[in-house]
Every structure is written in C-alpha cells, then in structure tokens.
Design a protein around this ligand. Structure first.
Ligand SMILES: *[C@@H]1O[C@H](CO)[C@@H](O)[C@H](O)[C@H]1NC(C)=O
Ligand SMILES: *[C@@H]1O[C@H](CO)[C@@H](O)[C@H](O)[C@H]1NC(C)=O
Ligand SMILES: *[C@@H]1O[C@H](CO)[C@@H](O)[C@H](O)[C@H]1NC(C)=O
Ligand SMILES: *[C@@H]1O[C@H](CO)[C@@H](O)[C@H](O)[C@H]1NC(C)=O
Ligand SMILES: *[C@@H]1O[C@H](CO)[C@@H](O)[C@H](O)[C@H]1NC(C)=O
Length: 466
C-alpha cells in the first residue's frame, strides 16, 4: 500500500510527466480477460504518435531485475503481422491454453520461459496498419520498408524519452522474418543519431534477428539449396538445375529452356509443402488441390466454422488453430478495454494485415550489415532448420558474404543435455555475431522450440556462449 504522501507524490510525478510529454495514453494493465487473477508481471500498453501514425505497443517489464536487465524492441514480420504474435507465440510470458476451446474469451496462461524473464521487451505493432496501430490521415496509411524503419526508430526514441528510466539500460533491437529488412535499418538510424551526437544518446548494444529477410536474391536461391539439402528434390534434379541455371534461381523465366524445365520439376516437388515448417501438415487432408486449399484456409483463418472444429487427431494439428484464438481474443470488447485500445480505431483486428498499403522499396539490407560490422555490436542471428520460407542456408550465406572472422567454429549447442541446434561465432573489430540454428524448428523458431529459444536468448543477452 502506498502512503498518502507517496500517493500524492506519485500523482504529482504523473502530472509532471503528462505535462512534459504531449501525448502518452499509456495504460497499466493489471488483469486481462481470459487470465485468472492478476498478471504476474508488469504490462503497460499505449500509443506513441509518430508522424501521422499512432503506433500501439505492449511493454512488459523484465521479471528479473528491471533496473539492470536490458531492454529490447521487438516487432514481427509480414509485413503487417501484429507484435502480439511475438508476445503470445514466441517471446512473451503468456500463451493461450489450447487444451480445450469451447467458446467465449480464450483462456490464457502464464508461460514461464518468456524472454521477459531476463529482459524488458517493448513489443510494437509496426508498420502502421498492423495490429492496433492506425493512421490519423488517409495518406498516412501508405508505408514502405524505408518509411516503416524510420517510424519504428522514431517510435523507439520517443517511447524512451517518455520513459527515461529505461534510457540507461542496454538496448537491443529485435525483429523477425520480413522485419529483418526494416529492423536492420532501425539499427542504422540509431547509430547515425548517436554519431551525430543527438540527445538523448540511445544505449544500443546490439541486435537480434530471427529467420530474417535480408537479401531477396540470396533468399530465393537458398530455397533450392535447402530443398536439396533436406531431400525434397533428388540429387539429379538439383545438379541439373544448378548447371542449367548457373547457380542462380531467382526470376527464372520460360525463355531459359533447360533451367526452366528443371525449375518446374523442383516446383512440382515442393509446392504442397508447408513452407513455414516442412514437417507440419498444410491443414488440409481431403483436397486433391492441396496448395489451393491451403490458400483458401489461410484466407479463412479465424472464421468460426474453421476454428470451432479443429481435428482432434494430433497429427492433423496445425498452427492455424492456435492463431485463430488470437482473433477472438483481440476482437473481444473487454480485452480491448483492458488494453486501452481507442474505440473505433481498428474495426477488426487481424493477426497479419494482408491488405497493408506497403511498398517493398528495399530488396537487400546486406550493405547495412556490412556497414554495421565495425560498430562494436553484439549480434544474434538464428534460424529454424526446417524453415522453407527463410531457409537457414540463405541466412548462413549472407553472413558468409560479410567476411567476418570465425572465433568459435560450427558446433552443437545444448539444452538439457540434448542438441538444440548448431552455432558458429564471428568477430570483426569488436562486432560479435553469433549464428544459431534451431534443430527441428520452422518459421519463426520460437513457435516450435520456445523453451530452447529462451535458453538461446538468455545466454546471448547475458554474454554467455550459446
Ligand atoms: C488449461 O485448460 C484446461 C481445460 O480447461 C485446464 O484443465 C488446465 O488446468 C488449463 N491449464 C492451465 C495451465 O491453466
Ligand atoms: C555463370 O556464372 C558465372 C559466375 O557467376 C559467370 O562468369 C558466367 O558468365 C555465367 N554463365 C552464364 C551462362 O550465365
Ligand atoms: C490494413 O491496412 C490497411 C492499409 O494500410 C488499412 O486500411 C486497414 O484498416 C488495415 N486492416 C486492419 C484489419 O487493420
Ligand atoms: C555504407 O557505408 C558507405 C561508406 O560510408 C556508404 O557510402 C553507404 O551509403 C552505406 N550504406 C548503407 C546501406 O548505409
Ligand atoms: C575477407 O577478409 C580477408 C581477411 O580479413 C581479406 O583478406 C579479404 O580481402 C576479404 N575479402 C573480401 C571479399 O572482402
């Protein structure tokens, strides 16, 4: 209990803070619909105004030592996938209880291996149009890689200025999947501002990218290499293709004769594979046109007839059932009230906004990483080794192109006595990059190997070898 004096002081401080910053709109969330009792961690939600955008965030303070533990910005890929994905399926201290869904607000449970056990995490719905983030103007909805990186950087800067107690902490930028593009640019913006001696200085220590998109050409090529490595195409198909296409597989056209023919064989072999995790079913089992069925299912994701009848047979379980609960939860009026979502700003929350007004204007951020590689940063790059969307072979390839010095060569990393993946460490004048594969994991790895990924993060963020 706070004393009267403490309370008035608190009010006064709160008043001063709300005077110092024009907009804050923060909500301290103590309870959430679907969660029994008080939340066992500190959650703040709110909006930060950046240009025409109102960017929504979920901030979860470290459950360890919040005054010393690092703070990490985190956002999801897509582009257009809500940071709620990161929070509930990947890095956060909450998970849906999927044991039995019988309608109503989905049940949530505490998840003890959240990355927030050892770091404070600022989850942001970026770019604008994602999750609960919205634009105040019609033009403001239009965004791109460049604009979204700039707005996300401004968001981070503004949020830290509004929450100065976190400015002194070590800062990491984290992103996954498609946000590998803008996440890399955000890091560069922070470095640029610090080099230009902008105040306050952001205490950037490093960045963390999960199965990130970095370079379009390397990524396209890596799919063919991965398909061969893991056995989706025969040696014959692969070597024929390699020779006929001269090792270059992006933008193959029918004018390329033999290369095109080999490519068609590759495509036939791989088109019905679940690209996010090649061992999982594609959530269809009775359709002769599997890939079309998958697309249709994707579109229907979240619609009631689909989610209320998930198959009970474990072999047919797929991630979409878990995803579906997020639509019900986030569109619940009680939930939105608890989160302080502004009424009427987002008609219908979607997990990933497929109709974002988004221009892909950066096809490679490899040059950014090359430039960052003499900035003394601590970097973690990881990839599921069953990911066919951003294959691990491509991630290793762009790291190789950076021409860093190997300091700890390829070896296994272990969780509870079992191999959790493979890792390799590089160095370049104080820039330290750790790459880790996650054995058996798809895209994003935390969704498949959440416990192992927590161990990986925990070791990295505390400067232990993985
Ligand atoms: C999840 O839900 C099931 C069924 O309602 C319940 O038995 C179980 O205790 C719940 N688990 C947690 C961790 O809350
Ligand atoms: C194949 O690639 C090599 C090296 O990238 C290049 O020198 C050569 O001209 C290419 N050949 C064809 C037929 O495109
Ligand atoms: C998706 O983004 C578009 C434009 O960026 C926006 O108009 C729309 O409202 C967003 N959809 C949802 C469901 O948030
Ligand atoms: C990388 O650094 C070089 C030299 O300073 C600069 O010309 C180039 O624009 C930088 N590239 C990026 C992507 O920042
Ligand atoms: C890679 O690094 C080595 C050793 O630092 C250097 O000799 C070589 O020129 C570099 N290659 C490229 C392509 O940058």
């Amino acid at each position: 209990m706070m004393t009267m004096t403490g309370r008035s002081l608190f009010r006064l401080l709160a008043l001063l803070v709300s005077f110092a910053v024009a907009v804050s709109g923060a909500t301290i969330v103590k309870t959430l619909p679907g969660f029994d009792g008080d939340l066992p961690f500190n959650l703040e939600t709110g909006y930060v105004s950046v240009e025409d955008s109102e960017l929504f965030y979920y901030f979860i303070e470290s459950e360890g030592d919040p005054e010393l533990d690092p703070i990490m910005l985190w956002y999801s890929g897509g582009p257009g996938c809500s940071a709620f994905n990161g929070l509930i399926f990947e890095n956060g201290p909450l998970a849906f209880n999927i044991t039995k869904y019988e309608g109503g607000v989905p049940q949530m449970q505490y998840y003890s291996n959240g990355w927030t056990k050892t770091a404070s995490i600022l989850f942001v719905d970026a770019p604008v149009g994602t999750g609960f983030s919205y634009s105040k103007t019609a033009e403001g909805w239009y965004t791109s890689d460049t604009k979204s990186a700039w707005q996300t950087y401004l968001f981070l800067r503004k949020w830290l200025i509004q929450h100065p107690q976190y400015l002194k902490l070590q800062l990491f930028v984290g992103a996954d999947s498609y946000s590998g593009i803008s996440g890399s640019i955000v890091v560069q913006h922070i470095i640029d501002a610090n080099e230009a001696r902008e105040v306050p200085r952001l205490n950037l220590k490093g960045y963390i990218l999960g199965c990130p998109r970095i370079d379009a050409t390397i990524n396209e090529n890596s799919k063919i290499i991965f398909a061969h490595q893991i056995g989706l195409v025969s040696d014959e198909i692969y070597y024929t293709m390699k020779e006929a296409c001269n090792g270059s597989y992006s933008d193959i056209t029918s004018s390329q004769g033999e290369c095109y023919e080999a490519y068609l064989k590759y495509e036939t072999c791989t088109k019905d594979i679940n690209t996010n995790s090649i061992l999982e079913p594609t959530c269809n089992w009775a359709s002769p046109k599997a890939s079309e069925e998958l697309k249709r299912r994707d579109l229907e994701e979240g619609s009631k007839p689909f989610i209320l009848s998930p198959p009970r047979i474990p072999e047919f379980w797929c991630h979409n059932f878990n995803y579906a609960l997020s639509y019900i939860w986030a569109n619940d009026e009680g939930v939105q009230t608890a989160l302080g979502v502004r009424k009427g700003t987002v008609e219908n929350w979607v997990r990933c906004n497929q109709s974002l007004q988004y221009t892909l204007d950066v096809s490679s951020v490899l040059d950014y990483h090359k430039n960052l590689s003499d900035k003394g940063l601590q970097v973690l790059i990881y990839n599921g080794d069953h990911d066919f969307t951003i294959p691990a072979s491509g991630t290793q390839e762009w790291i190789r192109v950076m021409n860093l010095t190997i300091t700890d060569d390829w070896r296994q990393w272990i969780v509870d006595g079992q191999i959790a993946g493979y890792t390799i460490k590089y160095n370049n004048v104080g820039y330290r990059l750790t790459y880790a594969s996650v054995l058996g994991a798809g895209h994003s790895p935390q969704e498949y190997k959440r416990r192992e990924c927590y161990q990986m993060f925990e070791r990295f963020i505390n400067y232990y070898p993985i």
